[in-house]
Structures are given as C-alpha cells and as structure tokens.
Design a protein around this ligand. Sequence first.
Ligand code: NAD
Length: 296
Amino acid sequence: MSDVIVKNISIIGVGLIGGSFALALKNAKVVETVFGWDANHENLTLAEQLGIIDRAGPSLTDAVKDADVVLLAVPVGSMQAVARSVLAHMKSGSILTDTGSVKQTVVGSLEPLAIESDVLFVGGHPISGTERSGAAAAFKELYQDKRCILTPTPNTNSTALAIVERLWCAVGSEVVKMDVVKHDRILAAISHLPHMIAYSLVNSVSCYDRYPENILDFSAGGFRDFTRIASSDPVMWRDIALTNRESLLEMITQFEQFLAELKQDIDRGDMERLFTFFQQSKISRDAILHPDPKEH
Ligand SMILES: NC(=O)c1ccc[n+]([C@@H]2O[C@H](COP(=O)([O-])OP(=O)(O)OC[C@H]3O[C@@H](n4cnc5c(N)ncnc54)[C@H](O)[C@@H]3O)[C@@H](O)[C@H]2O)c1
C-alpha cells in the first residue's frame, strides 16, 4: 500500500462518528490496521462483525499500545476520563486526536494531559453527522464533501497536525483550521441552538393536551424535517449543552429576543413587520441552497 498515511489507527468509541471514520479510512486504503475499543461490548463486537474495525481490544491497553494515531469519538463529557486511560498506554511520540463537538473544554483538558505523556494532541471536529448512533449507524460516505474543523493551539506539533489533516482529507473532507473559542461560538449558533430548539419544539407539542389524541400523529413533512435532529442521542446533547454553556446561552438569549419580537408582531397584527421578518429569513435560507455565484 503506497498511500498509507499511518500504519495503525485506534478508534475509541466505535459509534456513528468513529465507525464512519474507520470505514472511510479503510475504503481509502490509507491505514493498514484499525483497532477499536468501546465501553459497550455489544457495540464493539458488532463493529468487528461489520468489518468497521480489524481488531477489537481485547482491552483498552491492547487497542492503543501499537497505535500511531488514536481517535477519541466518545461523548464530550467522557473525553477527559477516556483520554487519561488511553494516554497511559500510548507510545511516546504518537498522536491523539478527537471528534468532540465542543472544543474549548476538550482541548483545554486533553492537551495538557497529552503533553505530560509525550503524546502529540490535535483537536478536531467533523461537521457532519446524522441523528443515529452506534456502530450500526456508521457509513463510509459520511465525511464526503463535508468540512472538518481542526483547532491547533501554539502547542500543536506541525507534523501531527499535517498527519491528522491528511487523514480527514483522505475521507473526503475539506479541513478548516480555527481557534477553539471561534469554533464553539459558530457551532453554538449553527448546530447546538437548532438542536435545543428541535428538542424544545417536540416536547412542547407533545405536551399539548387540549384534545385526547396524540397530536404528533398528525405531523407531516414540515414537522418531521424540522425535528429530525431531536432523535439524536440524549447523552451526547446533554454533554454538549453543558460544555458549551456560555456560547449556547448567548445564542438562546438572542433567539428568545427574536421569538419575543415575532410574538409581539403577531399579537399586534403588524402585517408589514411580519412580512419583512419572513422575507429576510427566506432570502438567507435560500442563499444557503443557492449561493450567489458572484461571491465565489
Ligand atoms: N453525531 C454527530 O452528528 C456528531 C458530529 C460531529 C461530532 N460528534 C461528536 O463525536 C463524538 C461521538 O459521537 P457519535 O455520534 O459517534 O456518538 P455514538 O453514540 O454513535 O458513539 C459513541 C460511542 O462511544 C462509546 N462510549 C461512550 N463512552 C465511552 C467510554 N467511556 N469509553 C469507550 N467508549 C465509550 C459508546 O458506547 C458509543 O458506541 C461525540 O463527542 C460527539 O460530540 C458527533
């Protein structure tokens, strides 16, 4: 294999994100052996049966001791504890990276631990996903034509950064580099706030009790499209909400202000303001799907 980037990679947390990365790397033939470990043994066995990983454990130590790169794809709230266990068994000079959806907390806690262990740390976050979880949800095309944000710091080793970048490019992603604070603010707006709104919407509609029927049975395209992400894993979203607290609260406050204005305009029957509000939103939303070619 001439295009191999690293010989051995270990995926800790072989779910949607870790499993899809493993499948895509194998498909691109840029790694020789994929080791895997997962706290859920049934999921780990399934990942091996599905050919997502070549070797499961049999222990966390076995899964990481020969790895050139270890990728952590566990919930954000478990990252630090898992990193401690993993770093105790990693080779000196090897690379630790992660996929956590929040970067300030994760990079802030993992980087010093890695430095202590003589391991090179690179923070990362693929901007792709689905509402599904576990190895069964993994698929090799997940990262194709998507972005992956890497969050180097002044301590980041440039060779390690280049290797992690090559791995993400090999699975079809465009790599963007960004500092952790900017990352967390942008993701609070574009991903974390929409999840909070989708969860709240489903809960508020399902609590509507004016009629005996479950009114969710009447939901069609619009409600289902809008709330798809409310089927996402609750542990993952609890951890994201708590670790990106400050940026998320800022976005929730801004959203509340918009909703309050909308409520007031509906209450007052202000046709002009309502029209402008909906029109501005339509223009912004349409531009995501059909960006102005002059701007490129
Ligand atoms: N799902 C998304 O859309 C998405 C997108 C980008 C990044 N992420 C991030 O990637 C990470 C993984 O998300 P996912 O969607 O693959 O979740 P997932 O639930 O599909 O997979 C996580 C896996 O980690 C395992 N796990 C949990 N705790 C563990 C521990 N202590 N030790 C070992 N394994 C453990 C679980 O058993 C599970 O198999 C999270 O940090 C998430 O924030 C998710």
